[in-house]
Ligand binder design. Structure first.
Ligand SMILES: [Zn+2]
Length: 79
């Protein structure tokens, strides 16, 4: 087990690299593994609802109304 920061971080629950971990909890910060829309790969989202296959996520930003997206569980990872 190495303790390097960043890409080598592992999930405390499943011990997978964070890129592969799918044990999300509402309130987690998540990001897209690959951007669906341009710029998405730079964005952070709050997980606001876990529907199993689908997750509802809300963009972390300064807008008065923060955009919400529904995404496939496989498309995001912990940020
Ligand atoms: Zn995990």
């Amino acid at each position: 087990m190495n303790n390097q920061a960043g890409k080598d971080k592992r999930c405390d629950t499943c011990r997978s690299p964070l890129d592969h971990c799918r044990c999300f909890t509402v309130g987690d910060k998540v990001r897209f593994r690959e951007a669906l829309d341009p710029g998405d790969e730079l964005c952070l989202f709050d997980l606001i609802e876990d529907n199993g296959d689908r997750l509802m996520i809300r963009l972390v930003c300064d807008l008065p109304i923060r955009p919400v997206k529904v995404v496939r569980r496989a498309d995001v990872c912990k940020a």
